[in-house]
Design a protein. Structure first.
Lengths: 270, 289
């Protein structure tokens, strides 16, 4: 089936490699200014979901070619597992390559991959996990809906939900540390919350002495009253732990979505 | 027996598309599966090739359950819309066949397409309907199957293309001794080429038998309408006007009133008569093994 895999998916494979090359060149040439594009990194797995995942089954069903593919000498199960396995591997590798490029860029240009939403998901291991998750999501949508456009729409909708959900959840992968320092929060840390503390160190929601102050004088009033700013942070040394946590969640989610759908397709309802 | 269905039932949502279907197809026959639209012909064929799983009953193809590793390499299927990968060239479709089948006859495929003058490098999506049908049929034939199943292969083809497809099919049958099952709702297309008839009506098998035997065992009687109720033979269908009755009967030894004129029946008439009478059946007697 190797020839068939290449022949059916060569366009999207070449396009993906091309985009990775363009991304790499951009990051090299523009240096830290490339951040403008990297802010859009979450779009990459979304594209994988709709162009690699959603068509895998839905195009075959829509065109009726599943009746051609599954009556050759390759069993339905072998066809499905080979497609899932090889395309899944390809997108995971591509995602990891992206992650590697982003991590290298961040190290070179002294950007923090931990404190930034887009960079965290697009670097290290999580990049590969996001790409694989989106692929499995798209494949599951295609297997259930059996038509390409609805499968793409559902993939986009669910992906966005998961993206926003994990962006919020990311701050809570571990119990945040409470830090108060006159120099401000430690560099490169993920800030989850901030609060005022009174001179004895207890967090206070609103310093009572400055309830009357307006927006401009508020900070002066508070500091004069002895209150300081404190932060709840995830320190930077937790980066890899968070990477693996997020990757695990995505992997589990992808498998939970795709496995029942593939099982149903293998039961030969259509 | 090449294909044996026993008590096969298939449901779609809450409707039974096939109910208690039992039919046996002997090897080497060219089977015509006929029936009105919606009778369940496509569903039956999909079950035979393993694309669908039957809810009830058993399907045995070439001695093994349908759709398994043992049967898939020995059968070939041409689905109703003759699916092909539109972005592939004709040559790519042949490579597809070669890479997904162990016993692929590449020489047969290229020779056949060359004799039909179909260009190898043209994209499949740009071929005419007749050419697409021939390419799809070639992909099926080059697999060298023991059982070839075709779902309405002549639909949407112009008369010349229909003739060419049937001729190609018959040539392949003559060479190989394969069993062919093809469905159609146009009986006249199949008359000259098929030797076994299966009539499917509302999800049930009404007729299954050798065509020569079936035609030999039925007669069309025409006579005065007063005699219509007193025929000593088994009646399949009768239609009456005020003065005359036309009755399709199964032949027998009982003597018939000389006022009846009798003639043989054509395949289409036979099929139509059975389709009009869903309660009638002409099924082979069970054979004790």
């Amino acid at each position: 089936m190797v020839w068939l895999l290449w022949r059916q998916h060569r366009t999207q494979a070449l396009a993906t490699v091309g985009l990775l090359v363009v991304l790499g060149v951009l990051m090299l040439v523009q240096g830290s200014a490339a951040y403008v594009y990297l802010g859009m990194l979450p779009v990459a797995p979304l594209l994988v979901g709709i162009f690699w995942g959603a068509p895998m089954l839905s195009r075959e069903f829509e065109r009726g070619t599943h009746r051609l593919a599954w009556t050759q000498s390759v069993s339905r199960r072998r066809w499905l597992l080979t497609k899932l396995g090889s395309l899944g591997l390809a997108v995971t590798v591509a995602g990891l390559v992206t992650g590697l490029m982003v991590s290298a860029w961040a190290t070179r240009f002294q950007q923090s991959v931990f404190s930034d939403d887009a960079l965290f998901g697009g670097s290290g291991v999580a990049a590969g996990a996001w790409w694989l998750f989106a692929f499995l999501l798209g494949a599951a949508a295609g297997g259930v809906l059996r038509r390409l456009l609805p499968a793409m729409a559902v993939t986009i909708a669910v992906f966005m939900l998961v993206l926003f959900g994990l962006l919020q959840a990311r701050q809570n992968y571990a119990e945040p540390l409470f830090q108060q320092s006159d120099k401000g929060p430690e560099p490169g840390a993920m800030i989850t919350d901030s609060t005022w503390v009174d001179p004895s160190g207890t967090p206070v929601a609103d310093p009572p002495a400055c309830a009357e102050a307006d927006q401009i004088t508020y900070t002066d009033c508070v500091e004069k009253a002895g209150y300081r700013l404190a932060f709840y942070v995830q320190p930077q040394d937790r980066y890899w732990r968070f990477q693996w946590t997020e990757s695990g969640i995505l992997l589990l989610g992808g498998v939970l979505l795709a496995a029942p759908v593939m099982y149903r397709v293998l039961r030969r309802p259509v | 027996m090449t294909v044996t269905l026993t008590g096969v039932g298939k449901r779609y949502r809450r409707n039974w598309v096939l109910r208690d279907c039992s039919v046996s197809v002997p090897a080497g026959r060219v089977v015509a599966l006929v029936g009105p639209n919606g009778a369940g012909k496509t569903t039956l064929l999909h079950i035979i090739v393993g694309l669908l799983a039957a809810e009830e009953g058993n399907v045995t193809v070439l001695g093994h359950p349908a759709g398994t590793r043992e049967t898939l390499p020995r059968i070939a299927f041409l689905a109703q819309d003759k699916p092909l990968y539109d972005g592939f060239s004709v040559a790519d479709m042949l490579r597809f066949g070669a890479h997904t089948n162990p016993h692929w006859d590449a020489a047969l495929a290229t020779t056949r397409l060359a004799s039909l003058e179909i260009p190898m490098h043209r994209k499949v999506g740009r071929l005419s309907g007749g050419q697409r049908a021939q390419v799809a049929l070639t992909v099926a034939l080059a697999k060298r199957p023991e059982l070839l199943v075709l779902d309405e292969p002549l639909a949407n083809l112009d008369p010349l293309a229909r003739h060419d497809v049937m001729r190609g099919l018959m040539a392949a049958v003559a060479e190989g001794g394969m069993t062919v099952v093809l469905s159609s709702h146009v009986v006249s297309d199949l008359e000259d080429t098929c030797d076994w008839l299966v009539v499917l009506n509302r999800g049930q098998v009404q007729v299954s038998g050798d065509i020569e035997d079936l035609l030999g065992s039925h007669r069309l009687l025409t006579g005065p309408v007063e005699l219509a109720d007193t025929l000593p033979l088994s009646v399949v269908d009768d239609s009456r006007t005020e003065r005359q009755a036309t009755v399709l009967v199964r032949s027998g030894d009982a003597p018939v009133d000389p006022r009846w004129t009798s003639r043989g029946v054509g395949l289409e008439e036979l099929v139509l008569a059975y389709l009009r009478r869903p309660d009638a059946a002409a099924l082979p007697r069970p054979v004790l093994a």
